[in-house]
Write a protein that binds this ligand. Sequence first.
Ligand code: DGP
Length: 114
Amino acid sequence: MSDCIFCKIASGEINASIVYQDDEVVAFNDLNPQAPTHVLVIPRKHVSRISELEEADAALAGRLILTANQIVRDLGLVEAGYRLVLNCNEGAGQSVWHVHLHLLGGRTFGWPPG
Ligand code: DGP
């Protein structure tokens, strides 16, 4: 998608603090962090929202979580706990229209989320 900011980060057209990337996914630090660690994990493939993921995307959806888990392990955050968040549509707080998994860590999180 030519006007998608996360597609531009994935392609390198826009700079981001990238923490991991491979053929399928890119992970980078959130511009507006909500925790000491706040990484976004995105598929390179443009999908606007998680409700649009299809059966054919099952492995890709799993890859987002497994990538986040690897980053958390690398950062030593597993024991302390971490949170993975997928916001879908405005009502849940989605503001960028390219699927992204929030990886939040480094502090205590309340429940229920706001
Ligand atoms: P959401 O509200 O769930 O759609 O989360 C979008 C997140 O994307 C939000 O936490 C801020 C982040 N973000 C928006 N634009 C940029 C950008 O250009 N670079 C980076 N690194 N993060 C961005």
